[in-house]
Structure formats: structure tokens, C-alpha cells
Design a binder for this molecule. Structure first.
Ligand SMILES: Nc1nc2c(ncn2[C@@H]2O[C@H](COP(=O)(O)OP(=O)(O)OP(=O)(O)O)[C@@H](O)[C@H]2O)c(=O)[nH]1
Length: 346
């Protein structure tokens, strides 16, 4: 029995204050914390469970467990249902820690007797609530199997601290996911779902140095839809938008997954082609042009056809990207001057 937990609580507080690798799974972090908790509290198992919904919870899902030797797939998570364990859920929703000295007789845990306590030989439980925004969000469940146990205040406080570390880690994960979403949006064109000009500039800088190091060619194709204004004028802006989306879908089918298609603005796009020289980029541009000219875009009873003009340039890895972009843009201008629906190399 542990009365003085000051050393381990301090270690836990320090762990909790560390910057975490938020790109990794939060479960690896939880797993480390509960492994330490199992040793410190000398219990047989510690597990973390989260509510499926914090407003109207129906289930608790087991997301970390000291019994797991490898990561368990989400679909295999064990579940506890509110319907079956009503007294336990009610106690949890109050936010109080459940220090059930004798789990068989404690009214909050006795309902586990036949399904869980007896088959697994569990005699005592210490459950502490994980809060999120002040509302119960889950539970850290410590289980012992050496008979009833009088839980000490220090042990309850320590288990509560484990739950607080889990809260913090879960919040950090959610913030990180939100930040990812925001940065994805900042680099995305809302209409077509393609990357935008801002992304292109970042991408080009990265790829130029990567290609320079690897001594590999990098090329680009600027694609501009011909007479797009007349599509808007004839069918309306809404149909123009549908055409832009269909254009993006068709290009994705022609390009390789490692190619990067961005919308520069309006009806002008650029495809960045890694590890590709100007000859090959020219062939890609011809394939794109041909595929786009054969595509029928359906809108009600209308069948809309488009053509594109393309400018190809191999990116000069020694110069700022804007210079190569200018050359490809100029090639598009020449393609337009030559009658459109064609490809010009810079
Ligand atoms: N529907 C729609 N139209 C757009 C969007 N962005 C730009 N446009 C329109 O695209 C048209 C581009 O017209 P222009 O620059 O004259 O080019 P064009 O008609 O394609 O002529 P060429 O490029 O010379 O073949 C303009 O009418 C813009 O209003 C958009 O997001 N949706």
C-alpha cells in the first residue's frame, strides 16, 4: 500500500508538462501513463475508456489497456453499454471518483459481478473521471485482484492525476486535428478541392531544393480553359462552376498521384510534374488536352465540351520559381494566339 506518492506524482506532472508528439497516436501516450500507473498503484490492470458521446452517452469505449501488447484496431474496442451498467454510468456522470474497496458489494460496481468481476477475478476498483470542458468524457479504470482494498486518499489523487493527464492529451490531439483542418483549408481551393496558389508556392520551393539535391528535372504545365467566359455567359456562373469541377476531376484521372494539380485562379491551373523533363511534360500536356477535349460535361439536357490551351516549362532549379511560372504562362499566351486547343513549350 502506498501512502507517499509525492515522487511518482511529481514524475507524472513532469511527463504531463512535456511537449508531446501530437502527430502520433494519443493512445501511445495513454499507454505509457497507464503502464506506469499500474506499477505505482500495484494493480493488475489499468484501462482508459471514453464515452461515445459526451452529451448523451450510450457507451464507454476501451481505448487503452495495460493488457494490450499491440495496438488494437478501433473496430475491436470493447464497449460497455449504459443500459447494462446503469448505476456505474450514473456515478461516472456525477464526476466523482469511484473507490470501490470491495467491487462485488459496492452498489456502483456490483452490476459487473457476473459478466466481469467473477470471470476475471477482480475484487477492487478505483475509477477516476476524465473531464473535457468540465464534463465527464471518459474514465481511467484501475483494477486489483488481491481481495478488497482500502484505497488511500493519496492513491485516489494519483489516479485522478492520471485521468487529468489523459484529458490534457486528448485535448491537445483535438486541437492539433483542428489546426490540421485549418491549414488544409488555407491551402485548398474551395470550389474544386484542388490545392491553391499559396500551396503551389510552398510546394515549388520545397520541390526545387529536393530536385536540385537529387539532380532530377521538375516540370510544369499551365492549363487554361478556352473561352471560359462564354460558358459562363451562355449557361450561367453555376454551370461554369460545374465545368471547373469536372475539369479538375478529368485532370486527376490523367495525372499520376505524385503530380500536384493546383488552381492558380479563375480558369487557370498548373500541374507540377516531379522527376519529369520538358519532353515528357509536353506529352503529359498533350494527353491532358486530348482527354479534356473528349470529355462531355452533363448539365440537365446540356452536353458541354471544353478545350484547353497549355504552356509547358521545365522548372529552372537555379532561379526563383516565379520566373519559370512566367515562362509557362507566356507559353499559354502563345497557345491562345495560335488558335487555342494546343500545347506550347517555353
Ligand atoms: N463560374 C466561374 N467562373 C469563373 C471563376 N473564376 C473566374 N471565372 C470566370 O472565368 C472567365 C475568364 O475569362 P477570360 O479571362 O476572358 O478567359 P476566357 O473566356 O477563358 O478566354 P481565353 O482564356 O482567352 O480562351 C471570366 O468570365 C471569369 O468571371 C469561377 O470560380 N467560377
Amino acid at each position: 500500500m502506498l501512502n507517499d506518492l509525492s515522487e511518482v506524482t511529481q514524475r507524472l506532472r513532469r511527463v504531463c508538462s512535456q511537449e508531446v508528439d501530437v502527430s502520433g497516436s494519443y493512445q501511445a501516450f495513454l499507454q505509457d501513463i497507464i503502464d506506469e500507473g499500474r506499477t505505482t498503484l500495484a494493480v493488475s490492470r489499468v484501462s482508459v475508456w471514453l464515452f461515445d458521446d459526451h452529451i448523451q452517452p450510450r457507451f464507454l469505449l476501451n481505448v487503452a489497456n495495460t493488457d494490450w501488447s499491440t495496438k488494437v484496431e478501433q473496430m475491436d474496442y470493447a464497449k460497455l453499454s449504459l443500459e447494462r451498467y446503469h448505476a456505474y454510468f450514473t456515478a461516472l456522470k456525477n464526476g466523482e471518483s469511484i473507490a470501490a474497496c470491495d467491487a462485488e458489494t459496492d452498489p456502483r460496481t456490483a452490476e459487473f459481478s457476473d459478466d466481469y468481476l467473477k470471470p476475471y477475478g477482480i475484487t477492487t476498483m478505483l475509477d477516476t473521471v476524465i473531464f473535457k470542458n468540465g464534463v465527464p468524457h471518459g474514465i481511467v479504470c484501475c483494477e486489483g485482484s488481491d481481495g478488497p482494498r482500502q484505497w488511500q486518499n493519496a492513491e485516489v489523487s494519483y489516479a485522478e492525476m492520471i485521468a487529468d493527464c489523459c484529458s490534457r492529451r486528448i485535448l491537445v490531439s483535438e486541437l492539433w486535428a483542428l489546426q490540421q483542418q485549418l491549414s488544409d483549408l488555407a491551402f485548398q481551393d474551395a470550389l474544386t478541392g484542388l490545392k491553391n496558389r499559396r500551396y503551389l508556392m510552398d510546394y515549388a520551393e520545397r520541390e526545387i531544393s529536393r530536385h536540385m539535391r537529387a539532380e532530377l528535372p521538375l516540370s510544369m504545365v499551365v492549363v487554361d480553359i478556352d473561352h471560359f467566359k462564354s460558358i459562363n455567359d451562355t449557361y450561367g456562373h453555376e454551370v461554369g462552376d460545374i465545368v471547373l469541377q469536372a475539369f479538375a476531376g478529368c485532370c486527376k484521372l490523367v495525372l499520376r498521384t505524385e503530380d500536384c494539380l493546383c488552381r492558380l485562379g479563375g480558369e487557370e491551373f498548373v500541374a507540377m510534374l516531379p522527376h519529369t523533363n520538358a519532353d515528357n511534360a509536353y506529352n503529359v500536356a498533350q494527353r491532358l488536352r486530348e482527354a479534356l477535349s473528349q470529355q462531355q460535361i452533363e448539365y440537365g439536357s446540356e452536353r458541354i465540351m471544353i478545350t484547353v490551351s497549355c504552356g509547358v516549362a521545365e522548372v529552372n532549379l537555379q532561379l526563383p520559381f516565379s520566373q519559370s511560372l512566367k515562362l509557362a504562362d507566356h507559353a499559354v499566351y502563345q497557345a491562345k494566339a495560335q488558335g487555342r486547343n494546343c500545347v506550347v513549350r517555353s
